[in-house]
Ligand binder design. Structure first.
Ligand SMILES: Cc1ncc(COP(=O)(O)O)c(C=O)c1O
Length: 388
């Protein structure tokens, strides 16, 4: 049986490969510490679990949801966006639940791209920004994020004919994998660019709730004019330890949301209503304390990792947001993949090679702060022990 040509064009999902490797090692009795995938190790906050427990006993949640989402869910998103980001959203036209950010990002490609179209994708970036356009028959065009530019793309470097053929642009701040935050003025330039070339900006806001040192990440939609040209994907996965729940929301440009909705009604049947009710609890001010304490935990791990990396001669900058430390590969290794392979084989620590996020990620590796403190410490101790 042959897979479709569309599917043959894309490499297997990097983490699927990694999971296979880890499973094989563990089966052989090796104590593997995984700092690879960004999957929070702490449980979902109790108030969210409690809301789910109640919701799931209510028969009204058991039926097909609508793809528009429950009114109370959309109301909670509206209130959250107003309180947290100072962004006003119309719950009737500017909010749609998604079955995780990954679903929304992928489906936006199907909703907006035709063969021959371009989608501008941050490099390094979340792999769906490139796999999505490919699966839609279109072409991703990479925008390199360079450290000397603060890991933002150089919009001026995008060629005129590429900009004209581009229909989507993927951006993500706070950024996976680099941990970068958006500098002042950049989103304004994005709005101008998108207007000039009639591009729909998809801002992936999956990490806004995880930030440190007093930093609070903005919504792209708080930028004047952003709603005319863009949508934002907000996910509950990382900030609320809800990766397994598959809960996110697409907000912003009403016409774009209508198109996304039209596609979705043909593909899936919406987000389980009990999960929508659990999200209402997560987005309420009652959960703020939980978010604050998770950030205290991540900042502690961040500092442990950065101190330890500096101790072994890795020049690393502590990120102000996200659950990732992005660091340059030590000298003497031909590639990020070779370094991560070396660390896995010699120290049984899983890191992510930067190159899996795109060519501009070569020369870097990513550490995810999503393991208990003692495991994070043990991992960096092992990394130190195999260095020099
Ligand atoms: C930038 C980015 N966007 C989206 C996702 C997926 O989020 P979700 O769990 O909501 O599908 C991830 C997960 O790692 C991510 O890093």
């Amino acid at each position: 049986m042959r897979p479709s040509k569309r599917l043959e064009r894309i490499p297997p999902y990097a983490f699927a490969e990694l999971e296979r490797k880890i499973a094989a090692k563990r089966a052989a009795g090796v104590d593997v510490i995984s700092l690879g995938i960004g999957d929070p190790d702490r449980p979902t906050p109790a108030l969210v679990v409690e809301a789910m427990r109640e919701a799931v006993t209510e028969a009204e949640t058991h039926r097909y949801p609508t793809n528009r989402g429950r009114e109370d869910f959309r109301g909670a998103v509206r209130d959250f966006y107003a309180r947290r980001f100072d962004v006003a959203l119309d719950p009737d036209t500017e909010i749609i639940p998604a079955i995780g950010a990954k679903e929304a990002i992928f489906n936006l490609n199907l909703a907006f791209l035709d063969p021959g179209d371009y989608a501008l994708a941050a490099d390094p970036g979340y792999p769906v920004y490139t796999a999505g356009p490919w699966l839609a028959g279109a072409e991703p065009v990479l925008m390199a994020l360079q450290p000397e530019h603060g890991f933002i793309p150089d919009l001026g470097a995008i060629e005129e004919d590429v900009a004209r053929r581009a229909k989507l642009m993927y951006l993500n701040y706070p950024n996976n994998p680099t941990g970068a935050v958006v500098p002042d003025g950049f989103f304004e330039r994005v709005v101008e660019f998108a207007r000039a070339y009639d591009i729909l900006v998809v801002h992936d806001n999956s990490y806004s709730e995880i930030s440190f040192d007093g930093y609070r990440a903005p919504s792209f939609l708080a930028t004047p004019g952003a709603k005319e040209v863009g949508v934002e994907v907000f996910s509950l996965s990382k900030g609320y330890n809800m990766t397994g729940w598959r809960c996110a929301v697409l907000v912003g440009n009403a016409a774009a949301l209508e198109t996304y909705w039209r596609l979705k009604t043909n593909i899936d049947s919406g987000l389980f209503e009990a999960i929508q009710l659990a999200a209402v609890a997560a987005l309420s001010p009652d959960a703020d304390e939980e978010v604050t304490s998770m950030n205290a935990l991540y900042v502690r791990r961040r500092d442990l990792v950065c101190d330890a990396l500096r101790g072994i001669g890795v020049d690393v900058r502590p990120p102000r947001a996200t659950i990732y430390v992005w660091a340059p590969v030590p000298e003497g290794f031909p590639s990020s993949e070779a370094y991560c392979e070396h660390v896995l084989e010699r120290a049984a620590v899983v890191l992510s090679p930067g190159a899996i996020y795109g060519p501009a990620g070569e020369g870097w590796f990513r550490i995810s702060l999503t393991a208990p403190d003692d495991r994070v410490l043990e991992a960096v101790r092992r990394m130190g022990a195999i260095t020099g």
